[in-house]
Write a protein of this length. Structure first.
Length: 55
């Protein structure tokens, strides 16, 4: 019984998945930061390429 309880704290099977999750989180924060910084340029680009039908 004591060995099973120790195994819960020593087991490292989910370590790789946790690391991938942390990397994915950092990438997401970087992408969101870039979008916030470049939002005016991106909006201008979409305004240039948007289709405005004649009135």
């Amino acid at each position: 019984m004591l060995n099973k309880i120790k195994g819960l704290f020593i087991e490292e099977e989910g370590q790789g998945m946790t690391e991938y999750g942390m990397i994915l989180g950092l990438v997401a924060v970087g992408v969101i930061g870039a979008l916030v910084i470049l939002k005016d340029k991106i909006a201008g680009l979409f305004e240039k390429i948007s289709f405005n039908p004649p009135a």
